[in-house]
Design a protein around this ligand. Sequence first.
Ligand code: ADP
Length: 747
Amino acid sequence: MPGGTRLRCQSPEPDTPRRIRSRIAIAAAIAAAIFTLDALTPLDIAVAVLYVVVVLIVAPICSRRSMIAVCCALMSMTVIAFVMSHGGTYAAAPVARCIVSLAALAISGFLTLKNIAATDVLREQVTLLDLTSDALVVYDMKRRICFWNRGAHALYGVAAEDAIGRAPHEIVRTAFERPLAAMLAELLRTGRWEGELAQTCRDGRELIVASRWTLQRDAQGHPLAVLVTNNDITQRKRMELEIERQQQEIRAAIDAIPAMVWVSSADGRPVFVNERWSEFGVPLDRIGDSWHTLVHPDDLPQMQRDWRHALATGTSLENESRVRRGDGAWRWSLLRATPLIDELGHIVRWYGVTTDIEEPKRAAEALARSESFLAEAETLSETGSIGFSVPRFEMFWSKQAYRIFGYPDDAEPSLQAMLARVHPDDHARVSSLMKTAATDRNDIDAEFRLLMPDDDVKRVHLVAHAVAHVAKTGGEQSEYRGALMDVTEARNVQDALHRSLAELAHVTRITTLGELSASIAHEVSQPIAAIMTNGDAGMRWLERDEPQLDEVREALNNMLRDARRAGGIVQRIRMLAKKSAPNRVPFDLNALIEESAVLVQREIGVHAIELRLQLAQGVLTIVGDRVQLQQVVINLMMNAIQAMASTTGRPRRLAVCSSCTQANEVRVDVEDSGPGIAEADLQRLFQPFFTTRAEGMGMGLSICRSIVESHGGKIRAYAQPGLGATMSFVLPNSSSLLSVAVDGTKV
Ligand code: ADP
């Protein structure tokens, strides 16, 4: 900038050729006029001094050289004019005027040359300023623009001619973060200001510029102008904003991850943790120093070992440890970390994620526990789980199912493998059952035999029901889920039970021997009496003078018939008769009832009867023959079951109740919801051979009565036709029975 109080700072615009030509013409005309005046007029003044005007006119368009040439030409013209006007006489005064003119020309030429040199420097500087891409603007203290470089033109789209002389706000609208007055005050105080400004151009473009303001002062220190350098950072700023937005988005995403994310330096120092770490109650900036205090003391050594190993080897890390939450609770967490390795193989960063696995861990433990319970239960109950899809029969077998089928655990479960084990006699039935299941999806409940490779036969009970579920491949699919029970043992026990029941019935018959004897004696005496009568008659017919053989034959036939009848009766006695001594001991009647209920469980199930045991509190001790009294209870229960077998349209209920009566007796009631007993039958119920059932013997209740009475008790039947029957028996309680036993009078 040129010095001085006036600021000249507009860019020196080069003159156009026309202007140059007109300047040269004017200068030449003036020079010619001066020369004419100097050479041809006899004026005694230094006219040639006026050549200085010519110098000043051509100065702006002259280079250094041309200016020297102009000065030399003008000085030559001065000398020529002097010679011409003074002829050969050179008086001192004209010579002095000529020298003054030459001196004036030399001085003005010298000064002009200096000025040209300065202007050249300025032009170079301005050209340099124009070369910069920054927008350079200078405005004076009245806020009038006095310099506007090409950068400003390019940035704001406004040419220097339009900008110079105007106020900056007329060219571009700037949003200042503070009032402009305050900013200018700061500029005046400090001489500098810099910051970022948002600007709107005349054409509506939004810009962000990095702006630097510098205050220029004159020699006296007065503020002269403000140099503004604006650098367009719009693009960079937008990118920065975009990067920041993306970073925030990534940060928000990382913070939202339901896991503790962290980044550490190559040597393992945490450099970043996400927001989730705040759940640990430790300030995020201190996690780096205190993470180890969050790890359970029992798990810390292992974690540190794993971490050290990962750091040393650069391998990924995986560790499960308990970590303490902000609420003080220890929760299992899974730590996974992996290194970022540069192209030279050096670890740059470690990226880690710590996930809360408390719930999955608990669920896994619970699952493992329940699986082990299930496996245990399956083993104990000899029940395997079995599942299969239909119609494709993709099968699942539990371990116990494998054991039941006798296959190794790694065998492929399949329908073929299952059918291969089914007993040949049951094969057709089972395969048709499975085929039907594939189409009708009905529940499966079947019992069949398996023939094992060692020829062992197992009896199994398969129950399964179909459930619909969405298949992996989409669409609904049916799957059977069920249980395969090895009932071999149970069936063996059941068979044994039936054998026992048969034996029990046999024992029943034995115990009634006394009673039967009386009945049978009554029955046998009648045919014997008839035999005797026929014998007598036959003798009489023989002893006649003329024996009547036909009559004898008839008597003998009658005798044979009656003897056969008697023989049959005797045969019955024989079959029933076996000696057994009563065995009386104290026992718990409640336990006996429960045991009896188990023995009749099969019949209860077969006839879909609801059994209820309502037993007296605690132990109900009785002294008696346990086997005989069990016969009584079983008999009464079986009678009730048989009576209800044909009951339809109402629930079949059987209740066995035991109690202590006020009369110091033990009472057992067997109630049913069967057809009840007709009033007339109630009287005959306990008589031998009274039965209303086609296949009945009519001995059960009479035997029961004899057993109960032999124990000093009583048995009765209560019934209302259509409302069920109750058979009750009472026995003296244990103490009285014991005393009876000790007396020996009844036992
Ligand atoms: P059986 O059972 O061989 O017929 P019982 O002496 O045990 O011989 O029974 C005699 C009869 O008593 C039965 O035929 C039946 O008519 C009747 N009875 C016994 N218990 C009941 C009962 N709970 N409900 C209805 N009738 C019964």
